[in-house]
Design a protein around this ligand. Sequence first.
Ligand SMILES: [Fe+2]
Length: 241
Amino acid sequence: MKEILVLGDVHANYPALKAIGDYLQMDRFNRIINTGDLTVYSTFPNESIQWFRNLGDKAICILGNTDKRILKILKGKKLKKPKKKDKQVMYFWTSENLSQENIAYLKSLSKKSDFNIDGLRIGLFHGSLDDPNAQLFPSTPDSRFIKLAKNSPYGVHIMGHSHVPFYKVIVGVHFINPGSVGRMFDGDPRASFAILKVSSRKIGVEHFRIPYPVTDVIKGLKKYKLPDIYCRMFQAGKKLN
Ligand SMILES: [Fe+2]
């Protein structure tokens, strides 16, 4: 049996990422994958990127929309989104505080990736196969998933971006969203992730929620005098409004 740790939407929340690493026996995983959005809204982008870099070839990371905005700022371009100044602060803070090595690492990432395991082809996307900014939810109509499945060379689609964990099988194609490691929106700040098990082409998926020290995230935000809206967001496990 092969096991894949499915992570995503870390959003620089290293305390949450570390809690997952401490909770699991990491050696057991054949792959550790990340659906994108490693950066922005917590003060640990370097630690979060380094965590994946330390895993070497076992890790597969892709770019999310927040990571793409960081690269845009670093190129000297203006940010159109988010519109509110308070929300933009963390993008500029991140672009100013990332190490050169981690900037180079972000630049090396693609918008999507894929790999084979036990004869199974697995696609990794931030939004969906056809749109990196698509938000897929458990409530998204089946017709949308059918369209994705019919145009797909993959038996398994793994994606993030909506921050809503789910697993469904539509016309034989498996769709997995692990939820968000660092920034859940459902009023429960605990870290979300999934484990995918593949055995003789049989597939099993399990989702988890585990606590992490939110106070460490708050301390980081306060240390750099960043807007209070970020503290409230992490404490409440809600969207930034
Ligand atoms: Fe995200």
